[in-house]
Structures are given as structure tokens and as C-alpha cells.
Design a protein around this ligand. Structure first.
Ligand code: IPM
Ligand code: MN
Length: 350
């Protein structure tokens, strides 16, 4: 029996999570384990009603779960930043989910905007540092609102934070056992302090992994190679900000936000899984949003719980649905409704 905290969130989040839970329930039954789910209503509606984003008491409760399943956060009537910082980033930071794991995998049948590239070329993962860098909120204003204004936003990189993220990347690369290559994505030619640290730890740690090839690419070049030669990548490891940016590029080459999933991982604590697209309020409640991203996030959640067979079952079912049913799937046009896609995935579980 696993204890699952569910935060459906805003916009299309609840519809996506509904299909994800449908699949998790079906696969659990198949494999003979159970979920006990507790739903939390954090998000824009609750904030507008009560002024509360994430109460401290709830945060303590969340520490007691085996995993968290998150829909989407973001509401058109709430000023940008409040919910993101108050809920999503706060959870990542407080629960010390120091890795944001984002697979970039093109399933057969899914269209990519990359010419002449297919599933054989697009299959890598990004390990994004998730608790430091520019996301720390370190900095401030001086003389705000005047012509003498100074705005400072600091990128914090600690030895401990960098090392544990890199170690995760190396270990994950071994486990994945594909090209056995880790590419550090940075900007050593300009960010000469932050990425100097990253590079030194990368080289030193790499010695412990002689079976894993090490490579380096600047972030701008990484963007270029992701489009031109995505097959070069196996595991990309990078800081928080660069990871945020390159994983949107990753999402689009794997078929769009409808399929891109991610995990906020604390290997020693509680991890949280989410579709990486936003809340898409304009499509909310219309049963048109693609739930595959949430379903894939559910698959990652199973993997983290150690239910590897169940996780692989979900992935295979998603791949089959893409290949058999969503052949013409492009961003925003599925040809199926949200619940039909969930039903299809359940049908292909075996
Ligand atoms: C993501 C999102 C978040 C981030 C936002 C919503 C704060 O873009 O998960 O990639 O920047 O990390
Ligand atoms: Mn992002």
C-alpha cells in the first residue's frame, strides 16, 4: 500500500491527473499493489479564496507520503510568480527535491518538428539541478523605481548541491545503460565561477565512473545540437536555469507538452511527479488536453517507488497508444478526447 499525495492544481491539471490516476489504479491492480490517495486543493482557486498557497502544516504532512503527484500550477487571475513560488518551487526546495529528471524520448507515431529525425535519434534525459542556481531567490533591489535602480539576482552553486546532482546523473546513466555518456551543459566561457565549480566536480567525480564517457557543451551549443544531432545525447546534466530552458526545447522535439513528463526527485525523501506543461487554462474542462504527459509522470512515479515492472508496463502502453492511435498527433490535435486517451492506455497495459 503506497501513500500518494495528489495535487491536481489549476486549469487542465485535474483532467490530466484524473487520467493518470486511472492508469495508476489499473496497473496497481494488475501488479497486486494498492494506492491510498489523499487529494490537496493547492492552486489558484484556493489562493483566490483564502490567500493561502501552501500552509506549513500541509508541507509537514506531505513529508509523510511515498510520493506526490502534481497536475499543474498557474491561474490567469493570479499574478505570475505567486503560485509558482508559493507552491511548486516551495515544494521542490522544502522537500529538497534536488534533481529534476526530464526524459526526452520520441515515441514511434509521435511527430517531431525535427526533419529526418525519429525515435532512434531522440532518446536522452536531462538531469536538471532543482534547488539552487538562479532559482534560490538570492538578490535584491537597490533604489527600486528610480533611474539609479540596481537589480541583482544571484546564482548560488554549492559544492554539495553540484556534487549530488552530478552523482545522480552518473548513476542514472549507468542504470539507463544506453550510450553511457554524460554531457555537462554549462557556460564555462562566461560564467567562470559557477561552471568552473561544476566542471571541476564533474571531472573529479567522473573518475569514479570510468565506464561512463564524459562530454561538455556550452548551453547555447547544446540547444543547437539538440536540434541538429539529438542522437549525440544520452544524459545531459546542468544547472537549474539552463535545465529549465533546454527542457522546453526537449519537450518540443519529443512531440510537445502533451507528452513531456518530469520528476522532482529527492532520492532520500519524497519525490514529486508532474507533466511539465503548464495549466493551459484556455483548454480547462473541455476534455481535449492530452493526458499522456501526466500518465508518463505516473510511470516515473512508479519507477521511483521501485515498481519497475509496473513502470515499464505504463511506458509500453503509452508507446503502443502513440504508435497505434495517435499517428497524426501534433501539438494540440489528438483526434481523441482526454478520457479516451486514458482508456486507451489502460487497454494496452499488459
Ligand atoms: C518548470 C516550470 C517552472 C520552472 C516554473 C513554473 C516556475 O517552467 O517546471 O519547468 O521554471 O521550473
Ligand atoms: Mn520550465
Amino acid at each position: 500500500m503506497y501513500k500518494l499525495a495528489v495535487i491536481p492544481g489549476d486549469g487542465t491539471g485535474p483532467e490530466q491527473i484524473r487520467e493518470g490516476i486511472k492508469v495508476l489504479t489499473a496497473v496497481a491492480e494488475h501488479e497486486g499493489f494498492k494506492f491510498e490517495a489523499v487529494t490537496y486543493d493547492f492552486g489558484g482557486e484556493r489562493y483566490l479564496r483564502t490567500g493561502e498557497t501552501l500552509p506549513d502544516s500541509a508541507l509537514e504532512e506531505l513529508r509523510g507520503f511515498d510520493a506526490i503527484y502534481l497536475g499543474a500550477i498557474g491561474h490567469p487571475e493570479v499574478k505570475p510568480g505567486i503560485l509558482e513560488q508559493g507552491i511548486l518551487l516551495r515544494l521542490r526546495f522544502e522537500l529538497d527535491q534536488y534533481v529534476n529528471l526530464r526524459p526526452v524520448k520520441l515515441y514511434p507515431g509521435v511527430q517531431t518538428p525535427l526533419k529526418d529525425k525519429g525515435p532512434d535519434h531522440i532518446d536522452f534525459v536531462v538531469v536538471r539541478e532543482n534547488t539552487e542556481g538562479l532559482y534560490c531567490g538570492a538578490g535584491g533591489f537597490l533604489k527600486r523605481g528610480t533611474r539609479d535602480e540596481v537589480a541583482i539576482q544571484n546564482s548560488i552553486n554549492t559544492y554539495k548541491g553540484v556534487e549530488r546532482c552530478l552523482r545522480y546523473a552518473f548513476d542514472y546513466c549507468r542504470l539507463r545503460n544506453k550510450r553511457r555518456k554524460v554531457t555537462l551543459c554549462g557556460k564555462t566561457n562566461v560564467l567562470t565561477y559557477a561552471f568552473d565549480l561544476w566542471e571541476r566536480v564533474f571531472s573529479a567525480l567522473g573518475m569514479e565512473y570510468p565506464d561512463v564517457e564524459r562530454d561538455y557543451a556550452h548551453v547555447d551549443a547544446t540547444c543547437m545540437w539538440m536540434v541538429k544531432n539529438p542522437e549525440w545525447f544520452d544524459v545531459i546534466v546542468t544547472d537549474n536555469m539552463f535545465g529549465d530552458i533546454i527542457t522546453d526545447l526537449g519537450a518540443i522535439i519529443q512531440g510537445g507538452m502533451g507528452i513531456a513528463a518530469g520528476g522532482n526527485i529527492n532520492p532520500e525523501g519524497v519525490s514529486m511527479f508532474e507533466p511539465i506543461g503548464g495549466s493551459a487554462p484556455k483548454y480547462a474542462g473541455r476534455n481535449v488536453i492530452n493526458p499522456l504527459a501526466a500518465i508518463c509522470a505516473g510511470g516515473m512515479l512508479l519507477e521511483q517507488l521501485g515498481e519497475r515492472r509496473a513502470a515499464s508496463m505504463v511506458e509500453k502502453a503509452v508507446a503502443a497508444v502513440c504508435a497505434e492511435h495517435l499517428k497524426s498527433m501534433t501539438a494540440g490535435r489528438m483526434g481523441y478526447s482526454t478520457n479516451e486517451v486514458g482508456d486507451l492506455v489502460v487497454r494496452y497495459l499488459k
